[in-house]
Design a protein around this ligand. Structure first.
Ligand SMILES: *[C@@H]1O[C@H](CO)[C@@H](O)[C@H](O)[C@H]1NC(C)=O
Length: 221
């Protein structure tokens, strides 16, 4: 049955009060696009935010790379919350630490410490020694291999709950002395390490490279 011209005429679109039609269309298009993006990226209310350190926390960003699985170089960044990274980093074994500027024939000492023990606001157990390796060859650290005399075994970052963000600092020193060791009283505890005394004892001067990253306990918001 042939339809009359009248039947084919669409009723006028019900305009929303105060919202011009073109705006309604744009809003609908934007909502559809956002939906598509969320589906395509598997968005689950936990977007991966890779945040760089800012301001006073960037002072140590000098030539050192710290590489963990999945994350890559975490030097001068905040460990993201997504993908359970803040939990994973408490379980991973030692990272690769790379100093591309190393001299092939030189020897180096690597220090990893937490200056924020038990918290940045009240660091009465500074420094917490996480890792200390001496006799690292320049040719190794150039490629990220931390091989040498391990004076303190690697302890992953594990900030206690309710102590805020902790910094994990890495310092690479040029080693001139032949024999490097910890005093027995230094070796009995990781906490309250007088790092300055160690640096002075072996005349380590300024680090040749350094970096740091921040993370906090997974149970914190
Ligand atoms: C004490 O020394 C041993 C041997 O060098 C080392 O494996 C261990 O990690 C040290 N302990 C601490 C707390 O530094």
């Amino acid at each position: 049955m042939a339809s009359s011209p009248d039947a084919r005429r669409q009723p006028p679109a019900p305009n929303l009060p105060w919202v011009p039609a073109s705006w309604t269309m744009r809003l609908v298009a934007a909502a559809l696009w956002l939906g598509l993006v969320m589906v395509a990226t598997g968005y689950k209310e936990d977007p991966c935010v890779y945040e760089a350190l800012v301001d006073e926390d960037t002072g140590l960003c000098k030539g050192l790379e710290v590489l963990y699985p999945e994350l890559g170089n975490v030097g001068c960044m905040v460990i993201p919350k997504c993908n359970n990274f803040r939990k994973k980093i408490t379980r991973w074994t030692e990272p690769l630490v790379k100093f591309p500027g190393a001299s092939e024939g030189a020897k180096y000492i690597l220090v990893m410490v937490d200056p924020d023990a038990p918290s940045r606001l009240n660091p009465k157990a500074r420094f917490w020694r996480h890792w200390l390796v001496a006799d690292i060859k320049g040719s190794d650290i150039k490629k990220g291999r931390v091989q040498g005399q391990e004076l303190t075994a690697y302890l992953p970052p594990n900030p206690p709950v309710d102590t805020g963000f902790h910094r994990y600092q890495f310092f690479l020193y040029h080693q001139e002395e032949k024999f490097i060791f910890l005093l027995p009283k230094e070796n009995t505890s990781r906490g309250s390490w007088k790092m300055d005394s160690f640096v002075t004892r072996y005349q380590l001067k300024e680090p040749v490279a350094s970096t740091q990253f921040k993370t906090q306990n997974v149970q914190e918001l």
